[in-house]
Design a protein around this ligand. Structure first.
Ligand code: UD1
Length: 368
């Protein structure tokens, strides 16, 4: 089978690694990078660390408003589809690259396979929610990470082509946590951070919060952004903050004393995995990081009103917080009762890449 796969942003690189390895054992894959993420630390480092094959095409679309960015991708992907004539097109997740790929293929009647289908926050103001709803409804096969995702699709009347495969990000965590531990224990993790910021002598394993903030709903609202940074600055432990470029650009004008924050550039997957597993808690508005924290048994506070990953909320491993300074501080500094409770595992067994391949090649059938 010849499949054309679209990737473009960090979370897609992480998902592509185990799938490409599995699928290429018996099939052909053409990899298209839209160029949505293009900085070395937002893109190249993931290819190097995770051994993702070099893309066959890079559209180099870069940043822009949603319409302009999605339109450039749509045009570029259509040209490649007409040239390559694949048997199907695979997209991951909910970014603008996902929607552009699905739309281009669907118009050409090329079957779309959507990995991480069926997720819903039920907040249609989020660009990701719009992208995933539209992608799900034009996909031939909906590869769902959890039972919740299957149920969400059924509620919308989508019942054919729905396959539960487990979560492919769990595959990537399992494959890489040992490598990350080997590379970054013995203090190398600290050296990587010290290189960028010298005021961190007080930091120790399990003695810091790890935070990422990049969602448009938080960054593009000045009051919310200020509340988040004020709360993080007043926490009882230092906060390591690998900062997305969009957030970096926006915080320069905030009049907040940030000496509790260790602000560093975006980091690669392995260091992020190591920092997540050693953190006292993760504080984030990312979708993927909530789950990575859960897989690594690190408590999490999510700075959003909803989460697509409701399984992580059970036993308070993950707790949602509204963007209010006092609420964030109270939720983050809560008693960690979750550590005494079992962690229900609803994300499969870490073999999602294999199941996704089987489903695609066998028309939806997977070997149980
Ligand atoms: C995108 C996804 C989001 C995902 C995130 C992962 C959409 C709508 N959003 O958000 O769901 O969680 O990726 O990180 O697709 N920038 C750089 N260098 C880069 C990439 C981005 O400087 O390599 C800056 C640019 O100023 C750009 C801004 O970040 O305008 C936003 O980038 P964009 O790709 O549009 O969205 P993300 O916020 O990264």
């Amino acid at each position: 089978m010849k499949l054309l796969t679209i990737i473009g942003a960090r979370p897609q690189f992480i998902k592509a690694a185990p799938f490409s390895e599995e699928f290429r054992k018996n099939n052909d894959e053409i990899l298209v990078h839209t160029g949505q993420h293009y900085d070395t630390n937002m893109s190249d480092i993931f290819f190097d660390e995770l051994g993702i094959p070099k893309p066959d095409y890079n559209l180099g679309v870069g940043s822009g408003n949603h319409g302009k960015q999605t339109a450039s991708m749509l045009k570029g992907i259509e040209e490649i589809l007409l040239e390559e004539k694949p048997d199907g097109l695979l997209v991951y997740g909910d970014t603008n690259s996902t929607l552009a790929g699905a739309l281009a293929a669907s118009k050409l009647h090329i079957p779309v396979y959507h990995v991480e289908a069926g997720l819903r926050s039920y907040n249609k103001l989020m660009p990701e929610e719009q992208n995933r709803i539209m992608t799900d409804h034009i996909s031939e096969m909906l590869l769902c990470p959890t039972q919740t995702a299957v149920d969400n699709l059924n509620k919308e009347g989508v019942t054919t082509g729905v396959v539960k495969t487990g979560d492919i990000m769990y595959d990537t965590v399992i494959r890489n946590i040992g490598i990350a531990n080997k590379k970054y224990s013995n203090g190398l993790w600290l050296k990587e951070i010290v290189r960028e910021n010298y005021e961190i002598s007080k930091i120790s394993e399990n003695g810091y919060y790890l935070s990422t903030i990049h969602r448009a709903e938080n960054t593009d609202n000045p009051e919310k952004l200020s509340n988040i940074f004020k709360a993080l600055s007043e926490l009882d432990k230092p906060v390591i903050l690998p900062l997305h470029p969009r957030t970096k650009k926006l915080i320069d004008n905030l009049e907040i004393d940030m000496k509790n924050l260790i602000i560093i550039k975006p980091i690669g997957y392995l260091l992020m995995l190591y920092l997540t597993s050693c953190a006292y808690m993760v504080v984030t508005d990312s979708g993927g990081l909530q789950k990575e924290a859960y897989f690594l048994k690190t408590p999490c506070t999510t700075l959003r009103d909803q989460t697509e990953w409701i399984e992580t909320l059970e036993n308070s491993w993950n707790v949602l917080s509204k963007i209010n300074v006092e609420e964030i501080k109270t939720k983050v500094q809560r008693e960690l009762t979750c550590l005494q409770h079992p962690q229900p595992m609803s994300f499969g067994e870490g073999n999602a890449a294999l199941k996704i391949c089987e489903a695609i090649v066998n028309g939806g059938e997977i070997n149980e």
